[in-house]
Design a protein around this ligand. Structure first.
Ligand SMILES: Nc1nc2c(ncn2[C@@H]2O[C@H](COP(=O)(O)OP(=O)(O)OP(=O)(O)O)[C@@H](O)[C@H]2O)c(=O)[nH]1
Ligand SMILES: [Mg+2]
Length: 380
C-alpha cells in the first residue's frame, strides 16, 4: 500500500514538474512584456472575420472594428461567411454606404469548417498585415497599433494578445488566463510561443501559409508554421481582448475540450519539430508536450492510485480522498475557492486535455462544431 501511495505522490509531483521548471527559468530571466523591438508603424491591414450563423452579434462586432484607433483608409475587412442565417445580409448592409474600411465578402454555399474558410480568407487578404479575430470577442481600441508595432521588428512575423477581461465573469477562466499569460511571455522571450488566440492573432501577409483543412487549432497552427519557416511568433500582453467563458465544470468541457483536442493534434502532427528550431523546439515544445500530453495522464493515474491507497490504508475513511476531489471540483466550478482558484483552473485544464487525448485516441475530433449560443448572449 505504501508503494502505491509513493507512486501516487511521485506521479502527482511529476505532473507539476514542468511548471516548477518554467517558474525557475522565469525567476532567472524575469521576462516582461513583448520581446519584440516595438516601434510605431502604420502598415495596411486586412482584418479577417470568419462567421457562422452570427446574425445576433455580427453588427456589434463590425461596429467595434470600424471604431478601432487606426486610419480606416488603410484597412480592409475580409468576412468569410458560411452561414445559413441572415449574417451576410447584415454585413453587406453595414458596409453599403461606407467608403472605409473596404469590404471583401467571401460567401460559402456550404459550411466546410473554419480552417478551409480561413485559408480562403487569407488568400484573399490583400494588405501587408493580416489580423484574424473571432466574432464573439471584443478587442481593445489600440490593438491594431500594438500589433503593428510588434511586427515592425523584422524577426517577428506573428503576434497574439492577452485575454484582459473574461466576459461573463468566470474566475476559473480568468485564473487560467493569468497563469497562461505568464507562461506565454516567458516562451516569447525564449523564442516563440505555441498558443495563438482566436480573438486576436496578427500575421505578416507574406508569412502566411495554408493550414490543414481539418485543423481545430487554426491560429496556433499558422503561428507554428510561421516559426517553422524561420519567423518569430510572440505574445504581447499589451494587445488586449475580451472573450466570454463559462465557469461551470460541465459547460466548460465543450469549449475547452475542443480547444485541447486541436492543440494535442497539432503537437502530435508537428512532432518532428522537437529538438530543432532553437529554443522553440528545445524548450517551448517539450514543455507543452509535457503539460498537454503527459501531465494529464500522470494526474489521472495519480488520483486513482491515491484514492486506492487511501482506501487500502484507512478503509472506508479513505473515501474522503475522492470525496475531497469532488468537493474541490464543485467549489472550483462556483468560483468559490478563493486563493486556490488558480490551482483549480489548472486542474480543469488538465481534465480537458485528458478527455481530449482519449477522444483523439478513439478517432474523434470533428472540425465542425455548434456555435455556443449561451456565450453569444453576453455580446448582444
Ligand atoms: N466561415 C466560418 N466561420 C466559422 C465556422 N465555424 C465557426 N466559425 C466562426 O469562427 C469564430 C470562432 O468560432 P467559435 O464557435 O466562437 O469557436 P470558439 O471560440 O473556439 O468556441 P466558443 O467557446 O464556443 O466561442 C466565430 O467567429 C465563428 O462564427 C465555419 O465553419 N465557417
Ligand atoms: Mg468563440
Amino acid at each position: 500500500m505504501r508503494r502505491i501511495r509513493n507512486a501516487a505522490v511521485g506521479l502527482l509531483g511529476l505532473t507539476g514538474l514542468p511548471y516548477l521548471c518554467y517558474l525557475a527559468v522565469a525567476v532567472i530571466l524575469d521576462p516582461e512584456g513583448s520581446p519584440a523591438d516595438k516601434r510605431p508603424a502604420e502598415p495596411t491591414i486586412s482584418i479577417v472575420l470568419p462567421t457562422y450563423n452570427e446574425e445576433r452579434i455580427v453588427e456589434g462586432k463590425l461596429s467595434e472594428l470600424v471604431d478601432l484607433d487606426y486610419p480606416m483608409e488603410h484597412v480592409e475587412v475580409v468576412v468569410v461567411d458560411s452561414s445559413d442565417d441572415e449574417t451576410r445580409d447584415i454585413v453587406r448592409s453595414f458596409f453599403a454606404d461606407r467608403d472605409a474600411p473596404t469590404l471583401t465578402l467571401i460567401e460559402e454555399d456550404e459550411r466546410r469548417g473554419l480552417s478551409p474558410a480561413l485559408n480562403d480568407a487569407y488568400a484573399a487578404a490583400a494588405n501587408e498585415v493580416v489580423v484574424k479575430t473571432d466574432c464573439d470577442s471584443r478587442i481593445a481600441a489600440d490593438a491594431l497599433r500594438e500589433a503593428a508595432a510588434n511586427l515592425a521588428d523584422p524577426s517577428v512575423r506573428a503576434v497574439t494578445g492577452r485575454n484582459a477581461e473574461v466576459l461573463g465573469g468566470s474566475a476559473v477562466e480568468a485564473g487560467y488566463r493569468d497563469i497562461q499569460s505568464r507562461i506565454q511571455v516567458l516562451e516569447s522571450h525564449l523564442d516563440s510561443t505555441l498558443i495563438f488566440h482566436g480573438p486576436f492573432s496578427a500575421f505578416e501577409n507574406d508569412a502566411i501559409v495554408p493550414i490543414d483543412s481539418d485543423s481545430i487549432a487554426d491560429d496556433s497552427e499558422l503561428a507554428l508554421r510561421i516559426r517553422k519557416n524561420g519567423g518569430r511568433a510572440v505574445f504581447d500582453p499589451a494587445i488586449r481582448y475580451k472573450e466570454a467563458a463559462h465557469s461551470e465544470f460541465r459547460k466548460r468541457r465543450q469549449q475547452k475540450d475542443r480547444r485541447a483536442m486541436g492543440l494535442l493534434r497539432l503537437l502530435w502532427r508537428q512532432r518532428s519539430m522537437l529538438g530543432g528550431f532553437g529554443n522553440y523546439g528545445r524548450v517551448v515544445l517539450p514543455f507543452n508536450w509535457w503539460f498537454m500530453l503527459i501531465s494529464p495522464w500522470l494526474l489521472m493515474t495519480g488520483l486513482v492510485l491515491s484514492s486506492a491507497a487511501a482506501v487500502g490504508l484507512a478503509g472506508p475513511l479513505g473515501l474522503l480522498v475522492p470525496a475531497g476531489v469532488v468537493a474541490f471540483v464543485r467549489a472550483g466550478s462556483r468560483d468559490a475557492l478563493g486563493r486556490l482558484q488558480p490551482a483549480y483552473s489548472l486542474f480543469d485544464t488538465q481534465v480537458s486535455l485528458f478527455k481530449a487525448s482519449v477522444t483523439l485516441l478513439r478517432g474523434g475530433g470533428s472540425e465542425i462544431w455548434d456555435v455556443d449560443q449561451e456565450l453569444r448572449d453576453v455580446y448582444e
